[in-house]
Design a binder for this molecule. Structure first.
Ligand code: GLC
Ligand code: MG
Length: 425
């Protein structure tokens, strides 16, 4: 958050399962579309917040399974754990708030008297969250009875039913909505209250997000009955909330457009990059565009034509150097020439490329340093490189834009495989 010098233009607070992540989309296309839009148009001046029911353990598992971006802030375990940045620094202030009228031992004791409740896995039991599975038909009655019993024991809890099967018990002050309210207050104090906030969800534990004042909200098309019902009863006439016609991340993109919150055309939806001119040119756009082209080139989805390579080369400085993660160096133009032999080599394979945390700074006038993580997935194997690109702006030249000066890569810490073979750029 420190990188933002002014209030974020947009803060997206999104649930993960069945909202940002579509478990029925094996190709992850809507997620990859969202990723390209975020990195291209929002990363530099906006905030991405993931708010999930998952514990840190299951959240990390999901990150390995799906091509997810790195959020600025991660809210886990149904709003009971807030962490910041890449290194996921916990918000200790939030933990203190949650200790009010909460005693998980009493919760365990009382819930053990309900045979209808089946305890979820150990990883999902957290300091301020006790979670069960319960049949849809019994959920309401159990919730009512349990809240009465816990109240008698002096606790003030919140019981949330999600996905037609999960029952979470949390301190009354917890939950995704309260966590967001806490965060907004904190941002306001720091003078960084977002210009716009968009909350995105699909199930019961997301309902609270939609009741936070002044936020825009999207219930994705595939939202669960329990959320739609909550909306019908509580916020039906709020014009700031829509039920998208698109699933998951595609519904989020739809909402950005519907509420006019900023650009809503993902670069991944653009078929011809040579035609793709953006207002307010930014080197981040060059990077996003290049790696999308690279994916299509290797998938054989763009024509094997010299015009493309010539256009790429014309954007590279003639003395530009590429440092491969292995440490080997070659010129940028040779690197582009080499691409020729890889055209279509990933045709018919599950090959995807995406970029994460693309940020550029203009350290000296006319020069930009872009930093990003570039990921490549082929089948089940995923590799990532921290990439630094130096650009100069082609100001004053007939064709404005950016010139690639050099590119340097090293294996990302999280990269499961650090194998130099088959890594082109
Ligand atoms: C996630 C969590 C689970 C929780 C559910 C609903 O699936 O892993 O513990 O019950 O979200 O909040
Ligand atoms: Mg969900």
């Amino acid at each position: 958050m420190e990188r933002l010098t002014s209030p974020p233009r947009l803060m997206i607070v999104s649930d993960l399962d069945h909202t940002m992540v579509d478990h029925h989309d094996a190709e992850n296309l809507s997620l990859l579309r969202f990723n390209s839009l975020w990195e291209d148009a929002y990363r530099h001046d906006s905030l991405l917040v993931f708010s999930s029911g998952r514990s840190p353990t299951l959240y990390k598992e999901l990150r390995k399974e799906k091509p997810m971006l790195t959020p600025d802030i991660t809210i886990m375990s149904v709003g009971t754990e807030i962490t910041y940045g890449n290194s996921m620094v916990p918000d200790d202030g939030w933990v203190k708030v949650l200790n009010t009228k909460w005693d998980r031992e009493i919760v365990k004791e009382e819930t053990s008297k309900f045979p209808e409740l089946t305890l979820q896995s150990e990883t999902e039991q957290r300091p301020h969250k006790v979670s069960f599975y319960v049949d849809k038909t019994k959920a309401q009655a159990v919730t009512k009875e349990l809240s009465e019993r816990l109240e008698k024991r002096g606790l003030d809890v919140k019981i949330i039913y999600s996905g037609g099967m999960d029952l979470d018990i949390l301190p009354q002050g917890a939950g995704k909505g309260q966590a967001l309210a806490y965060l907004l207050k904190k941002l306001k104090t720091a003078g960084k209250l977002p210009v716009n906030t968009l909350v995105c969800g699909d199930s019961g534990n997301d309902a609270e997000l939609f009741s936070i004042p002044d936020v825009y909200g999207v219930m994705v098309s595939n939202a669960q009955e329990e959320l739609l019902q909550w909306h019908a009863e509580n916020s039906k006439n709020n014009p700031k909330i829509i039920h998208a016609t698109e699933r998951c991340a595609a519904g989020i993109i739809q909402a950005i457009g519907h509420f006019k919150l900023g650009p809503n055309l993902p670069p991944r939806d653009v078929s011809d990059f040579l035609e793709c001119k953006v207002e307010n040119a930014n080197p981040c756009h060059e990077v996003v565009k290049f790696f999308l082209f690279y994916e299509r080139w290797r998938r054989g989805e763009v024509e094997n034509c010299e015009t493309y390579l010539a256009s790429l080369k014309s954007a590279c400085h003639s003395n530009g150097i590429f440092v491969h993660p292995s440490g080997a160096e070659k010129s940028l133009t040779d690197t582009i020439d080499e691409l020729r032999k890889y055209h279509g080599d990933k045709q018919g394979k599950k090959f995807r490329v995406w970029v994460d945390q693309v940020l550029a700074t203009d350290t000296t006038p006319g020069t930009w340093v872009g930093k990003l993580d570039k990921w490549e997935q082929c089948g089940d194997e995923r590799k990532g490189c921290t990439t630094t690109v130096k650009f100069s702006s082609k100001e004053g030249e007939a064709e404005e834009g950016f010139m690639w000066l050099n590119v340097q890569q090293s294996w990302s810490e999280e990269s499961a495989v650090k194998d130099d073979s088959n890594w082109i750029i």
